[in-house]
Design a protein around this ligand. Structure first.
Ligand code: FPP
Length: 224
């Protein structure tokens, strides 16, 4: 059976769920946060060590201001309410992405990372203002600046995900089959599952079904 160390998730479908059920995209994001909590707890239960969640992409700034403000407010409230709890659950929080938000959120994120930095049960990498192409270009610039040799090892060294093993498994909910500028380098050999359900409808049972299927896959990394 395949070991499972790192699960990455593109949590897609909040907007559609919100419109369908409450006539409001933002209501979908609120419901999506409940799924985030379920999946965090289920990951700990399944001894998954790294969970990477795509919460906001560098392209998501194109959305209406009202939705963007709501999303960051949701994150702020979540951190204020749940940071102590995350810490008690021995969860380490790491932000991947360009950390340029309001002063208040920047401070809150830095505090959350610092407070949880020694925790061991599960590392949550929250991809916020994250874009894989930006991350790669930035890594190449650092490589050039430091006159480092171009190698896989050196590129990894300058990625935001340095010290994080590549995802074993990528799940994208919301019935859409694309990567949306997410971890393009790191997903080179990940097993990918596209799930029809919208993120707020995704639950522990759906997660389990995927984990079960993943464990039975023969991963040969190019070998036979
Ligand atoms: C994609 O669905 C989802 C997002 C851009 C935001 C993800 C946010 C959450 C799950 C809730 C907040 C999370 C935290 C950690 C505070 P979409 O809006 O693109 O859905 P659509 O394809 O139906 O429009």
């Amino acid at each position: 059976m395949n070991p499972l160390n790192h699960v990455a998730i593109i949590m897609d479908g909040n907007g559609r769920w919100g419109i369908k059920n409450k006539n409001s995209r933002n209501a979908g994001h609120k419901a999506g946060l409940k799924t985030v909590e379920k999946i965090i707890n289920h990951s700990i239960k399944n001894k998954i060590k790294f969970l990477t969640l795509y919460a906001f992409s560098t392209e998501n700034w194109k959305r209406p201001k009202k939705e963007i403000t709501f999303l960051f407010q949701l994150l702020e409230t979540f951190l204020l309410k749940r940071l102590e709890n995350l810490n008690n659950q021995d969860i380490k929080l790491k932000i991947i992405g360009i950390k340029k938000f309001s002063k208040k959120l920047n401070q809150l994120l830095t505090l959350a990372e610092k407070k949880t930095s020694n925790n061991k049960s599960l590392q949550i990498n929250l991809a916020l203002n994250y874009g894989s192409k930006y991350e790669l270009v930035d890594a190449f610039k650092k490589l050039r600046k430091n006159k480092d040799k171009i190698s896989e090892k050196n590129i990894n060294k300058y990625l935001q995900t340095k010290d994080i093993p590549d995802p074993d498994l990528l799940i994208r909910t919301g019935n859409t089959k694309r990567l949306s500028n997410f971890l393009l380098w790191q997903l080179a050999y990940s097993e990918i599952f596209f799930e029809k359900k919208l993120w707020p409808d995704f639950n522990e049972k759906d997660f389990n079904k995927i984990l079960k299927k993943y464990k039975l896959i023969k991963r040969n990394f190019g070998n036979i």
